[in-house]
Design a protein around this ligand. Structure first.
Ligand code: PLP
Length: 386
């Protein structure tokens, strides 16, 4: 079955008693046992809940994995994955990384003896030079947030396998509709399902998808032991959002492509970072390993003085700190999503005070361009009057 059909039908044929097309919310923490030593398959909702199970089965199928685990946020999913590692273990991690993942590794995991080294995950020599005896895994964001750097997943997964390392891919920005890392060799996929999967800026959720029996069994133990699981209401909301993922991603990328082309020509803009643009260094790899582009891109202004007035003048586009929803949001990574990354590392990567990130929604593209255009004009006027 094609992915569009899988998505639209999530949960719709799973309710055997009434035939409800929309799978119900099982708002129960406990489940009655028929007899001593017997179970319906559901005992206690931290371990397994019927609504969450339908979501997890769908996520595993969509990502071509063996099992999936729904968590209370993307960070909860990453924490559960990191708990797979032990004191003394070392990870190789994408250099341009979501700031919260960096904070979790540096502020929390380090105290438990799990360390990380950061590198451009396209640079196999760079990764080889970071290998230690205790290196256990590579964690990749592709495209990276916010600079949209693309990693050749097939190449890196092959390299990781040859070194006995697991590959973990954060697939938040592309979603299984556009890219399926397990098919390219990854062992674990992680999502901030808060973003495109949920899609409506109304549910916080995370997903882990694993490939392989042993890994899946171990992740089930960690998921239940840590307990950062997704509640039944939020599981239902997430499934409701996922049903329209295919349609939304098509519109997101259509709008983002048009707007990135508009910004490329604008005199106030120095650079636009979006893999759909032909000059983007990851354009060819992205076309090979994905069936399309995400709906988020970043752009660098020529003059940092534009940032504040642009964020004040945008009207339809909200100045807000998330991505992947139907509503367009603009973020200032240096002071928001990436504020926890030390300034010297941030600037070396390119997350400086002239960079804005734009999560393009599904509004009409002409309205979005008009809003951006008036904000840029107003900012120009203010700067000239200074
Ligand atoms: N991974 C990526 C790429 C993200 O952008 C985010 C959040 O912005 C996360 C993980 C964390 O997810 P959450 O905010 O759902 O905890």
């Amino acid at each position: 079955m094609k992915i569009e059909s899988q998505l639209a039908q999530i949960g719709s044929i799973k309710e055997p008693v009434t035939g409800a097309v929309s799978f119900p919310v099982y708002q129960s923490t406990a489940f009655r046992h028929p007899q001593l030593g017997q179970s319906t398959g559901f005992d206690y909702s931290r371990t397994k809940n019927p609504t969450r199970s339908v979501l997890e089965e769908a996520a595993a199928q969509l990502e071509s994995g063996d099992a999936a685990f729904a968590c209370s946020s993307g960070m909860a999913a990453l924490q559960t994955i990191f708990a797979y590692f032990s004191q003394g273990d070392h990870l190789i991690v994408s250099l341009d990384l979501y700031g919260g993942t960096y904070r979790l590794l540096e502020r929390v995991m380090k105290r438990f003896g799990v360390t990380a080294s950061y590198v451009d995950t396209n640079d196999i020599d760079g990764m080889s030079s970071l290998l230690q005896e205790n290196t256990k895994a590579v964690l990749i964001e592709t495209p990276t947030n916010p600079l949209m750097m693309i990693t050749d997943l097939e190449r890196v997964c092959n390299w990781a396998k040859s070194k006995g390392l697991l590959t973990i891919v954060d697939n938040t920005l592309l979603t299984p509709y556009l890219q399926r890392p397990i098919e390219l060799g990854a062992d674990i996929v992680v999502h901030s399902a808060t973003k495109y999967l949920g899609g409506h800026n109304d549910v916080l959720a995370g997903l882990i998808v694993t490939k392989g029996e042993e890994l899946s069994k171990e992740m089930a133990i960690l998921h239940n032991s840590i307990g950062a699981v997704l509640g039944p209401q939020d599981s239902w909301l997430l499934m409701r959002g996922m049903k329209t993922l295919a349609l939304r991603m098509e519109r997101h990328q259509f709008n983002a492509t048009k707007i990135s082309e508009y910004l490329m020509e604008h005199p106030a803009i120095e650079e636009v970072y979006y893999p759909a643009l032909k000059h983007h260094p990851g354009h060819d790899v992205q076309n090979r390993q994905s069936s399309g582009n995400t709906g988020i891109f970043s752009f660098r202004l020529k003059d940092a003085r534009y940032v504040e007035p642009i964020l004040r003048h945008i009207k339809l586009i909200a100045f807000a700190e998330s991505l992947g929803g139907v509503e367009s949001l603009m973020t200032y990574p240096a002071m928001q999503t990436h504020a926890d990354i030390p300034e010297e590392i941030r600037k070396a990567v390119g997350v400086d005070d002239r960079l804005l990130r734009f999560s393009v929604g599904i509004e009409h593209v002409e309205d979005l361009i008009a809003d951006l255009s008036q904000a840029l004009d107003a900012a120009k006027l203010e700067i000239e009057e200074q």
